[in-house]
Design a protein around this ligand. Structure first.
Ligand code: THU
Length: 144
């Protein structure tokens, strides 16, 4: 990926973080998902007073994209941290979001960009964050 594209994704994730609705955890997360057609879908975390319906930023971005017909993805940037201080640490995706990534992405090639700022970030492939995950290929039966 080009540096310019990485920075754009981190900037869009940071902007989406501004829309996070997280009055219970006060932990705000933004994500920006890049499709193979070069479109970017953003997402933020959205919490609920009954807690369990809460949705992570990454899944918000994936579900927006898939619900608009996208199925092929190249990368996601994630920026998260406590509401009252500047982002200081990487925010790795939770296990449920890694599983959603596994559903739609090539584990060897899909890039997960963990951003602190557009200058400070780390990049992982999905296979590094979800080794030996269970995905669509595990369900594919001989002859299907
Ligand atoms: N959260 C995300 O949106 N993405 C992550 O990568 C980690 C956690 C959200 C879920 C919850 O709203 C809050 O952050 C605290 O866990």
């Amino acid at each position: 990926m080009e540096i310019r594209q990485i920075k754009e994704l981190i900037d869009k994730a940071t902007a989406a973080r501004g829309f996070a609705y997280a009055p219970y955890s006060n932990f705000l997360v933004g994500a920006a998902l890049l499709t193979c057609k070069n479109q970017i879908y953003t997402g933020c975390n959205i919490e609920s007073a009954s807690y369990s319906p809460s949705n992570c930023a990454e899944r918000t971005a994936f579900f927006k994209a898939v619900s608009e017909g996208e199925r092929d993805f190249l990368a996601i940037a994630i920026v998260g941290g406590a509401k009252l201080s500047p982002v200081k640490q990487l925010c790795p995706p939770c296990g449920v979001c890694r599983q959603v990534m596994m559903e739609f992405c090539d584990v060897e090639n899909f890039k997960i960009i963990l951003g602190i700022s557009s200058e400070h970030y780390s990049i992982f492939n999905l296979i590094e964050l979800l080794p030996m995950g269970f995905g669509p290929k595990n369900l594919a039966l001989e002859g299907n």
